[in-house]
Design a binder for this molecule. Structure first.
Ligand SMILES: O=C(O)C1=C[C@@H](OP(=O)(O)O)[C@@H](O)[C@H](O)C1
Ligand SMILES: C=C(OP(=O)(O)O)C(=O)O
Length: 433
């Protein structure tokens, strides 16, 4: 499907509630599946990625009931002999599940095969296979790519320092550590989102953080509970960016997660002189939540400090779109991780921006984007949800309509994106390719 976006003739105004947080939804599906008793979840993200994780948990033996906005997971896995689990487009789903399942005694003797779509099948898995191997897991892959074959077996705790600041690697090791013998210690090379560490205590698990170390003893039981998923800041970022770009706009997003290990995009907006205000702070579970208001702003190019990259890792496509329309040059560096997401986000974004007449240079670990006028044109998501949404937002201020081919991938994380943008006053329509 193509999404056609027309230049905005008037300011965007209004208020939206972004969809549930994708990272927290994946974690609750997995933890709810492992936990004893019932977990009741409201606000669960109903998107392709998070529904794939829920379906995997169901295939592994947990019972899942869905009722309007409430999902109830009756935890407990197995008995099963084999399962082929298709995690679709989701790096988080496949990497966290691999860690969570590798040592589960209720699955000893079973053979699990974890697969995904073409994009996920090209993404690196050695980053989780290596630490799980060192814990004694039986996990194999060809050339470090999917499918992963796992035969759950007893694990021993390790002390592990990942090569990159990655919440997926950290979480895979911690979830494996839940059933490993001894104390698992994960040493973070730099901060990454900490939703796993915040959630585990709510299911009865003792997790300690001391400096850059996270420690967790194996053999602790998990018990279900009631959980609410806050709105996803990564999805809200598209609406906020639209509000910043279109002159005179004034929009609000409610109930957005504002976890400081995730809020790098707000720092980048501020550094670009984008007017985003925070209000009404509260907490949901152990997650800070609030309301954000974005107003039309004269955006300036900025040099983004490399240590902000992990804190805004999923927001670089939209930051690059903003940079294309800002005054001056934006410099992104230290962002080579973007090359192993749903697409090579540096290469794909640069290629699409060039099609819209943007002046830029791609570098091995980032890009230099010289902002200015953005032309209309035809671009391609290349199968990447965040690229599709970023180009749609940029289309609001292009000189002519922007057609985004393969925009149906938006369903990966934010199926209601086009409707939400339209509700704020944008003109956009879906067409068959
Ligand atoms: O743990 C998570 O929920 C996520 C971690 C990040 O990946 P990395 O851990 O690979 O940086 C991020 O890009 C992804 O969208 C979600
Ligand atoms: C990188 C992303 O997700 P995942 O790694 O879970 O596929 C994303 O949502 O931008």
């Amino acid at each position: 499907m193509k999404l056609i976006v027309r230049p905005c003739a008037r300011p965007l105004t209004g208020r939206r509630q972004p969809p549930g947080d994708k990272s927290i939804s994946h974690r609750l599906a997995i933890l709810g599946g492992l936990a004893a008793g019932q977990s009741t979840i409201t606000g669960y993200l109903q998107s392709a990625d998070t529904l794939a994780t829920l379906a995997a948990i169901e295939q592994l033996g947990a019972r899942v009931e869905r009722e309007q906005d409430e999902i109830r997971i009756h935890g407990g896995l197995g008995p099963i002999e084999r399962a082929s689990l298709d995690l679709g487009n989701s790096g988080t789903g496949v990497r966290l599940l691999a860690g969570a399942l590798a040592g589960r005694s209720e699955l000893f003797g079973a053979e699990l095969v974890l697969t995904g779509d073409a994009s996920l099948s090209s993404r690196p898995m050695a980053r989780i296979i290596d630490p799980l191997d060192s814990m004694g897991a039986e996990i194999s892959a060809r050339d470090g790519r999917l499918p992963l074959r796992i035969r759950p077996r007893p694990l021993r705790a390790v002390r592990y320092r990942p090569k990159m600041a990655s919440a997926q690697v950290k979480s895979a090791v911690l979830l494996a550590g839940l059933v490993a013998e001894g104390e698992t210690v994960l040493v973070e090379p730099g901060p990454s989102r900490d939703h796993t560490e915040r959630l585990l205590p709510a299911l009865g698990v003792d997790v300690q953080r001391v400096g850059d170390e996270i420690r967790l003893r194996g053999g602790q039981a998990l018990s279900g509970g009631r959980f609410h998923v806050p709105g996803d800041l990564s999805s809200a970022a598209f609406l906020l960016a639209a509000g910043l770009l279109v002159p005179g706009s004034d929009i609000e997003v409610d109930n957005v997660g504002l976890n400081p290990s995730r809020d790098g995009v707000l720092r980048i907006f501020a550094a670009m002189q984008g007017r985003v205000d925070r209000a009404a702070a509260s907490t949901v579970g152990d997650e800070p939540v609030g309301q954000l208001r974005a107003r039309g702003s004269t955006l300036r190019g900025v040099s983004i400090p490399p240590d902000w990259v992990p804190l805004a890792i999923d927001e670089f496509p939209i930051v690059m779109a903003l940079a294309a329309a800002a005054d001056g040059t934006t410099r992104i560096s230290g962002a080579e991780e973007l090359r192993v997401k749903e697409s090579d986000r540096l290469a794909v974004m640069c290629r699409q921006l060039l099609r819209l007449g943007v002046d830029l240079e791609e570098t091995p670990d980032g890009a230099l984007i010289h902002g200015g006028t953005v032309e209309g044109g035809v671009v391609d998501s290349c199968g990447d949800h965040r690229i599709a949404m970023s180009l749609a937002v940029l289309g609001l201020v292009a000189r002519g309509p922007v057609t985004i081919c393969n925009a149906q991938w938006i369903r990966t994380s934010y199926p209601g994106f086009a409707d939400d943008l339209a509700a704020l006053g944008a003109e956009l329509e879906w067409q068959e390719e």
